[in-house]
Design a protein around this ligand. Sequence first.
Ligand SMILES: Cc1cc2nc3c(=O)[nH]c(=O)nc-3n(C[C@H](O)[C@H](O)[C@H](O)COP(=O)(O)O)c2cc1C
Length: 188
Amino acid sequence: MAREAAGHPGQPQEPSRAIALFSSSRRNGNTGKLIDHIASELDIEVIDLGELRISNYDYDHRNRDDDFEPLMRRLLEFDPLIFASPVYWYSVAAPMKTFLDRLSDYLDLPDLLAEGRRLRGKRAYIACTSICTEAPRSFIDTFVDTFEYLGMQYGGIAHVDCSHEYSPAAGTAESAALIERIRGLPEK
Ligand SMILES: Cc1cc2nc3c(=O)[nH]c(=O)nc-3n(C[C@H](O)[C@H](O)[C@H](O)COP(=O)(O)O)c2cc1C
């Protein structure tokens, strides 16, 4: 059945179109299991940064032919965005940090500025695992301060304590709350 246009009087609102961006040193580890659970519940795609060729930020932008700009063009078609990473040394996994660094391309390069502004207003969520009861403030702030700088709306976090490995039961409450929140979002 064709989906109705958003906001049409008397018609159901379109659900939002979410996508997940994932980074970990192992695809099927704790964070991979968490994001796969969230993605299967929401029926959304998971993009694994480990499968892409994205080089470090370059002040001279000699890396514009790598996979970063095609990835951004794809991400910009979605809202909300879910960022999934384990906590590695109080921060995000290295490829996720590289991705965040490369967002500077969209602030530096005149031909990308308008595209970069499309991040404004997008809703952003975090899915993460660690071996503590909560994600460290430094980890959360890396994302949340970046979202704020870019004008994105932070919607919340699902953190799973994997000190005894990931178990779906351990992740249920937090990931269920995140899934429900995202399911309930109207399309933008
Ligand atoms: C290099 C490395 C650094 C880590 N640093 C932290 C940390 O700072 N705080 C924490 O709670 N757990 C830390 N951990 C534990 C991981 O966050 C935890 O095992 C996580 O669930 C791993 O997810 P993964 O299977 O996706 O890699 C670290 C693990 C590794 C391998």
